[in-house]
Design a binder for this molecule. Sequence first.
Ligand SMILES: [Fe+2]
Length: 424
Amino acid sequence: MGAGHETVFTLEATPIKFGPGAAADAGWELKRLGVTRALLVTDPTVAATGHPDRIRATIEAEGIEVVMYDRVRVEPTLDSLQEAADFARDAGVDGFVSVGGGSSIDTAKVADLIVSHPAPVMDYVNPPIGGGRKPPGPLLPHLAIPTTSGSGSEATTVAVLDLPEHGVKTGISHRYLRATQGIVDPELARTAPSEVIASAGLDVICHAAESFLSRPYDSRPAPATPDDRPPYQGSNPIADVWSAKALEHGGRFLRRAVADADDVEARGMMMLSATMAGVGFGSAGVHIPHACAYPIAGLKHEYVPAGYPSDHRFVPHGHSVIVTAPAAFRFTYDAMPERHHHVAELLHGSPIADPGPETLPDVLRSLMREVGAARGIADLGYGEEDVPALVQGALKQQRLLAVAPREAGPDDLSAILRASMENW
Ligand SMILES: [Fe+2]
């Protein structure tokens, strides 16, 4: 690369303990981290599985006090995050343990941030929507224990929130938000409904594919200072390793994990893939499908997804991401054809003869159909008349669009969304 281009990339990862039964180490891990009074953060559906109570018992067995917070909202909002943060502050805890999907882990990240460095949540939200304030120092210990196989949130520096009044989802991202330790226990995924496994798994595949197909890190201008280096750096040789493995596993195990709740091997491999993809996209970044997913999930709340809590209507994250992936990767194809072929073959599990621009979109469509994904954004409640608003929402995600391998302007995003109304 010539002068003025980035020459450095970084890879950070949450220490992870993986395996069936690993959740029994929760108390041991918190004690090792010096926690004496922990807030256990979970949502009502996960609480009903009994996993949080069992984990609580292993923590109390180590002499650590546990305060329960089981009111996490699936797809957190500013209000739900603020409520959790206020609860955590009033509870006087010195550490956090999250048990659940990305919503619980992200809520714990934000509660930890606010307890560690008090300020209104909005101050820390990514600009231009929020203040973009950087956490001034490390947070209290956070042990993250996922019970689904999707978000990879245990491995990332990001917390996502829904802002219904802005019709958009955005987030807080900083390296200090990364959990201190993760425990990934396949036994915990056994209770998840097939629809949740499908949506989560499609999210994993998008994390890995978008990362692998992101703009190379050394095509960016060099930052003025290390502090200006973005959390999403673009594809790089180490992130590629994690993304590629997650794609290979996703192609091999997602169908099985959806079809059979007792297939602990497949569900375990999807959990591991979620974490691996989290390491990859935590370094490289996600772009067009995730930028489109935020307004798709945030603009209308009409969809009633099967297999999820019925207390409010929403578009599960995995559905909102995967619906534009075929069109998005058709758009990015010309920027790096070989890499698109490689992603298609990793998902397919074997070489594909005469690959071309439609190969990866076709592989994604057949996987979507087989695991029961939404057919397109029309299924999620949107019509042609909504495209301009969706484009405006996607354009707010400049932090993500910046790592797309091809610049995506309003007309490009409009074309991608129109092509994603119905994928088959
Ligand atoms: Fe995602």
